[in-house]
Ligand binder design. Sequence first.
Ligand code: B1M
Length: 215
Amino acid sequence: MTMTMDLLLKEISQELINGEAERVVELVRSAVKKSIPAKTILEDALIAGMNVVGERFKEHEVFLPEVLMSAKAMDSAVEEIRPLLASNAVRSLGKVVLGTVQGDLHDIGKNLVSIMLKGAGVEIIDLGKDVSPEKFVETAKIENASVIGMSALLTTTMPVMSRVVGLLREQGLSGKIKTVVGGAPLTREWAMEMGADGYCGDAIGAVEVVKQLIV
Ligand code: B1M
């Protein structure tokens, strides 16, 4: 990575922290033109910037309106590189019902997981955010999906994931419909203890985990 590219990535991060959506998109376009890989832009500029926002929010240095501005900038930037992140896989590998769990409105990470899985040829039924356990299970049954993918960003909403695992067990569907969970507050240990079939810490890793569960 040359010095100029590094500076450009830092500038993208900074403008994302400032919540300057238009400027972020402009800079992302210029990074793409300079052939910086989309994955590098995503991880080293956009996610890195969002992490700073998270830290500042925790320390009460910024408040919700600022976080929302940064989230909007993140959304626009991801939209810009979406086609580059999702290479055009042809054959469908299988179907995944995806969503952010009930009570949780954080969907940026979930949307990235969706992009990566679609890029790998997985068919995605995206239920959005604030999805109830019943909705996850019913949709997976109706759609004949082999995997339910759930995202949670709040410690208070993580238990909803266990309720989905419990519902599948009650209905005799454990093992037939697999579960994959992810999101910043989760750990692999917690996910395995509560009975999920798969856990992954990032969107790119989700592809491998889902592929293994689908076969
Ligand atoms: Co809120 N929020 N937020 N927030 N927010 C966090 C999560 C928080 C950690 C901030 C903090 O205090 N430092 C904190 C949670 C504390 C906790 O419970 N541990 C928090 C809080 C407290 C809240 C509110 C309660 C604030 C309030 O109202 N007082 C409120 C809750 C609303 C609700 O959900 N009911 C709230 C609201 C919001 C906004 C709406 C303003 C906005 C969300 C906008 C949106 O998503 N459309 C927001 C944001 C943006 C954040 C931070 C700053 C950034 C989250 C993010 O998008 N990160 C966040 C701090 C942080 O995480 N650093 C914070 C970037 C994204 C790419 O990463 O989502 O982790 P992430 O996804 C990653 C991996 O986790 C993984 O892959 C992704 C990419 O690699 N992954 C999966 C995620 N899901 C996966 C699923 C998989 C596999 C991998 O398989 C299925």
